[in-house]
Design a protein around this ligand. Structure first.
Ligand code: PLP
Length: 370
């Protein structure tokens, strides 16, 4: 099997699975319980929070666990909107993940005004375009760090600088679900007030995410109950997923620089070889996170390309996993011709992808798709 659908989800690494098993079968207490088992679960939770904080160069208090990237995005946007007072304007981009776009639509339905910034022809969001949209009443700007369909890499520090020059009270949120542990993110330099991340894109299980909230930034909780996570996100902490998340973060942080270099090399090889083939169009933004490559094999619709590759044990995605057959709003935002949109697929690598797999992919593509 060649698994090139890592932007949809990743394989859980053994260290993460082992940490989850230990948290389920040994240290299975409720972190809120006052007895020894509870305290031991609470200690695990604190150390997991510290590991994730270290990966983002922030303090553990700035990390709140959630159930997924979607929840983090909802909490960031609704949580800020709920306390925005008279400031009722929100800025985002036209090619965000649905967990941001649907949240923006709900804000509009509730009477907020939303400005959607279109990407430039080079595939990325121009900081000046974002700043130009910011007004006195803009409570938040939300721009993703890496686009999940085309890999476009946004310059969040530059966007933040430009926005804060125009209105220093505007909060900067970034959906970094596809960026975390793919590019280095140091919260001290990144310029974001709020950052969403998710476990299952970095070799932890599904059902765990986190949100970085810069000290001093307040969000209104969206889940009320027992007051866990300092009242910001009630619900008994999923200790198994959290332990696994932290284990995956520790492993991924250690090898981040090497992995980036290797994935870049593989991606470059893939792109160069594909660009030499007939009936192939590679959509590579000028600035790109290398683990995601969008390619149109123009002789076939996306679903057919996916099935043909699957016959040879190669797994890719016909667009993003969330789009399920709907034509990509991301490619539409980039004015990609319909013909190319209909045949676009996403190839996404992980640190476990190999050169042999890339060569095999190219030879199957040459034999069957062009
Ligand atoms: N944001 C981006 C950019 C994503 O790619 C995804 C998942 O595909 C999400 C958010 C949602 O994350 P989760 O699946 O953890 O809810």
């Amino acid at each position: 099997m060649i698994y090139f659908d890592n932007a949809a989800t990743t394989k859980v690494i053994p260290e993460a699975a082992a940490a989850a098993t230990a948290a389920m079968c040994e240290d299975f207490g409720n972190p809120s319980s006052l007895h020894g088992l509870g305290i031991s679960a609470e200690n695990m939770l604190s150390s997991a929070r510290a590991d994730i904080a270290e990966a983002l160069s922030c303090t553990p208090r700035e990390i709140t666990f959630t159930s997924c990237g979607t929840e983090s995005n909802n909490l960031a946007i609704f949580g800020a909107a709920a306390r925005s007072g008279k400031r009722r304007h929100f800025v985002t981009t036209a090619y965000e993940h649905p967990s941001v776009l649907s949240t923006a639509k709900k804000l509009e339905a509730d009477g907020f005004e939303v400005t959607y910034i279109s990407p430039r022809d080079n595939g990325t969001i121009f900081p000046g375009d974002v700043a130009a949209a910011v007004r006195d009443d803009t409570f938040m700007v939300s721009v993703m760090s890496v686009n999940n369909e085309i890999g476009a890499l946004m310059n969040i520090p530059a966007i933040s600088n430009a926005v804060k020059l125009k209105n220093r009270d505007t909060l900067i949120h970034t959906d970094a679900v596809q960026a975390f542990l793919k590019i280095p993110i140091n919260t001290k330099k990144y310029g974001a007030d709020i950052i969403s991340i998710s476990g299952h894109k970095i070799h932890a299980p599904k059902g765990i995410g986190a949100i970085y909230i810069k000290q001093g930034v307040g969000l209104t909780p969206q889940l009320l109950g027992g007051g866990q996570e300092r009242g910001l996100r009630s619900g008994t902490e999923p200790t198994a997923q959290i332990a696994a998340f932290a284990a995956a973060v520790r492993a991924g942080t250690k090898t981040l620089d090497d992995d980036r270099r290797r994935i870049s090399d593989l991606s470059e090889k893939l792109q160069q070889e594909l660009e030499t083939l007939p009936n192939v169009h590679v959509l590579a933004p000028d600035s790109r996170a290398p683990h995601i490559l969008n390619v149109s094999f123009t002789k076939y619709p996306s679903e057919v390309v996916m099935r043909i590759l699957e016959e040879d044990g190669i797994y890719i995605s016909a667009g993003s996993a969330c789009s399920r057959g709907k034509k990509s709003h991301v490619l539409r935002a980039l004015n990609v011709p319909e013909r190319l949109i209909g045949s676009a697929v996403r190839i996404s690598l992980s640190r476990f992808s190999t050169e042999e797999e890339v060569s095999e992919f190219i030879s199957v593509a040459k034999a069957k798709l062009v």
